[in-house]
Design a protein around this ligand. Structure first.
Ligand SMILES: [Zn+2]
Length: 367
C-alpha cells in the first residue's frame, strides 16, 4: 500500500493507480532540495542528485535531515543501496560512499546507486553509537537495533521507520550497510552475512574482506541488515576498521569490493578484482568475545589477524599502581577479529574477539 496512491475518480467511480513519487516538501537546505520520500524510478536518467531526507522531528520542533546522493544511470539495471552513519562514531563508510560517487559516471551507469551518508544524524552529532532521546530527561537507543522501526514510537523508532519505508524500500535490490567497530575497539575489513541466503553469500564474497562471520541473523534483532534481508533485499553489514578515523587502506579495499559488486551486477564496466577467494578471506561461523572482568588498564597481547590457540595469554589488566590484577587467555582457537584499542577498560569492555570455525552442525549458518 505504501507504494501506491489510489486515486478514486468520483465521476464514473473508476479507480486507477499511480506510482508513489519522490515527495519534495518545497524546502531547501544550503541549496539542496528536501524530500520526505524517495522513489528513484521517477528521477530523470543520466544524472547525480543530492537530497536532504527529512527524518524525525526533535523536541524543539525542528527536524533531523539525512544527506542522500542518487546516481541514476542512463540505462536500466540493478538498484544498489549504500548506507552509512547508523552509528555516529563510525566514519570510514562516509569516505567510501563519497569516493564511489566521485567515480560514478551516470551516463555510463546501468541502474541506480543510492548513497545515504548520515543515516543517524543525532548519533553523529554526539559521536556515539546511540541515538539520544530527550524524553524523561534523556536516554539512549542503539539505532541499529530499531529496524524496521515503528510508525508511532519514540524518536529512534520513528526515524528508523521513516528511513526504512520512505528512503530504503523500493530503491534497493541489494544493500551494503557500512559500519566500523565502536569507539575504543577495532575490526579489520570484516563482513556479517546471512549465509542462508545465497545472494547474500555471493554479495559478501565479492568483497576482499579480511574476515567474514557467517550469520543467521538471529543475533542482532533490529539490525538494518536483518530487516532488509527479511524484506527480500540481500544485504551485508560491512565493518571497516575502527571508529572515529579514516583508514585509507581499508577504505580503498571496501571501494574495490563495492566496485566488484557493481561490475558483477553489470552496473558498470570493468573486470572484477580481488575477491574473498583470491584475497583468502577467513570465513567462519562462530565468535567469542573476551571482555574485561575488572576495571583497569588493559594491554592486549595479540593483533587483529593473529591465529591464537586455546589457553594462549591474550590480554592483561593493571590497577592504577601498575600491578597486574587480571590475565586473560584465549577460550578457543581461531583468528583475532577485534581488539580493544582504548587503554582503560571497565567490566564488560571488549578486550579480544576471536572468530572461529565451530564444527557443530547446528552452527552451519552461525552460532
Ligand atoms: Zn556500527
Amino acid at each position: 500500500m505504501n507504494k501506491l496512491i489510489y486515486l478514486t475518480l468520483l465521476s464514473g467511480c473508476i479507480t486507477t493507480t499511480v506510482a508513489a513519487k519522490t515527495i519534495y516538501n518545497g524546502d531547501k537546505i544550503d541549496g539542496v532540495p528536501v524530500i520526505t520520500k524517495l522513489d528513484t524510478s521517477d528521477l530523470a536518467s543520466g544524472k547525480i542528485y543530492r537530497f536532504m531526507f527529512k527524518g524525525v522531528d526533535m523536541n524543539i520542533g525542528q527536524s533531523w535531515y539525512v544527506p542522500v546522493m542518487v546516481a541514476k544511470g542512463n540505462n536500466s539495471g540493478s538498484k544498489l543501496l549504500l548506507n552509512t552513519g547508523i552509528h555516529g562514531d563510525e566514519i570510514n563508510g562516509s569516505k567510501v560512499i563519497q569516493n564511489i560517487f566521485a567515480s560514478l559516471n551516470p551516463k555510463q551507469l546501468n541502474g541506480t546507486v543510492v548513497g545515504v551518508l548520515q543515516a543517524s544524524p543525532n548519533s553523529l552529532t554526539h559521536i556515539t553509537r546511540t541515538w539520544h532521546l530527550s524524553t524523561d530527561g534523556g536516554f539512549s537507543e542503539d539505532m541499529n537495533r530499531q529496524f524496521p522501526g515503528k510508525e508511532k514510537g519514540n524518536t529512534a523508532q520513528v526515524h528508523a521507520y521513516k528511513l526504512f519505508n520512505n528512503l530504503y524500500l523500493g530503491n534497493a535490490d541489494y544493500a551494503i550497510d557500512l559500519h566500523t567497530q565502536s569507539t575504543d575497539t577495532a575490526y579489520p575489513l570484516f563482513i556479517y552475512a546471512d549465509y542462508r541466503l545465497p545472494a547474500v553469500q555471493h554479495l559478501a564474497e565479492l568483497i576482499p574482506a579480511d574476515q567474514i562471520k557467517i550469520d543467521d541473523g538471529k543475533g542482532d534483532a533490529g539490525a538494518l541488515e536483518n530487516a532488509l534481508d527479511k524484506a527480500n533485499i540481500p544485504t551485508i553489514t560491512l565493518e571497516i576498521g575502527e571508529g572515529r578515523i579514516y583508514q585509507p587502506e581499508l577504505i580503498n579495499r571496501a571501494i574495490q569490493g563495492i566496485n566488484n559488486v557493481m561490475i558483477d551486477n553489470k552496473m558498470i564496466k570493468g573486470s572484477i578484482g580481488l575477491t574473498a577467494s583470491s584475497y583468502n578471506t577467513y570465513i567462519a561461523n562462530d565468535m567469542v568475545s573476551v571482555r574485561a572482568q575488572v576495571g583497569g588498564y588493559a594491554e592486549i597481547l595479540v593483533k587483529i589477524g593473529d591465529n591464537v590457540t586455546t589457553g594462549q595469554k591474550i590480554a592483561i589488566q593493571r590497577n592504577p599502581f601498575g600491578d597486574i590484577i587480571k590475565e586473560y587467555t584465549a577460550p578457543i582457537s581461531g583468528k583475532v577479529l577485534s581488539v580493544g584499542t582504548g587503554a582503560t577498560r571497565e567490566n564488560g569492555g571488549l578486550l579480544v574477539r576471536i572468530l572461529t570455525q565451530n564444527p557443530d552442525p547446528k552452527c552451519k549458518f552461525g552460532c
